[in-house]
Design a protein around this ligand. Structure first.
Ligand SMILES: [Zn+2]
Ligand SMILES: [Zn+2]
Length: 215
């Protein structure tokens, strides 16, 4: 149900962007198997109000949709700009990502991407708290481990392995999103410390690990 509700309020947002507010239009556009139970569920959750044929967000619904759209479009940017995937294939993955990205991670991704104003399709990305701070704080918050300073501590934000199997191996070593690491050396190979364990990492893999500095 959660995902159906997410999909529905996203759709209402998209229709609003195109100037459509009618319930009829929503019914026609929805791909949900059971729109007739979905609509009252949205009302019951306090996300929308319906008067006559007009659907409007409540404040709760508006904020929820806004956050979802923000995550979706940032995920799209991430897939096209960082993973260099073609635009038309990103949508489905981005759709999954938007449910995975936490709010904190969303702002990290936004900052890392340089607070992009639009998605790859040219639609506006709702601004976040991080975007307001941008003018003062221009240093990217998330950097590759390969560009990280020796002696610094960071939290792994995400890993983009060239080979998917690598992720399991890294996971096994404790190198996973959320782990706190300290970079001990860069040459001849990267050495990081996680808890009390020191691990050597190939330079190639150090490029695939994105960290956020912690103090
Ligand atoms: Zn888009
Ligand atoms: Zn931002």
């Amino acid at each position: 149900m959660r995902e159906r509700i997410d999909e529905a309020i996203e759709l209402i947002w998209l229709l609003n962007e195109d100037g459509h507010q009618s319930l009829k239009r929503f019914r026609l556009s929805s791909e949900d198997d059971d729109v007739e139970t979905l609509i009252p569920a949205l009302e019951k959750e306090g996300l929308i109000v319906i008067s006559e044929d007009i659907v409007e967000f409540t404040e709760k619904g508006y904020l929820m949709a806004r956050a979802l759209i923000r995550r979706l479009r940032l995920a799209e940017r991430l897939f096209t700009d960082v993973f260099e995937m073609p635009e038309d294939t990103v949508i489905t993955d981005a759709c999954k990502m938007e449910h995975i990205l936490s709010e904190e991670l969303t702002d990290s991704v936004c900052t890392f991407l340089g607070h992009p104003p639009t998605c790859p399709h040219g639609k506006p990305i709702p601004r976040g708290e991080c975007c307001k701070k941008y003018k003062i704080d221009v240093v990217p918050v998330v950097t590759r481990l390969s560009e990280f300073e020796v002696g610094s501590k960071g939290r792994i934000v995400f890993i983009v392995p060239a080979e998917p199997l690598r992720l399991n191996k890294l996971n096994y070593l404790g190198i996973t999103a959320g782990s706190i690491i300290k970079l001990l050396q860069r040459n001849p190979s990267y050495v990081i410390k996680i808890d009390e364990t020191t691990i050597a990492i190939d330079p190639e893999i150090a490029k695939e690990i994105y960290v956020k500095k912690v103090v």
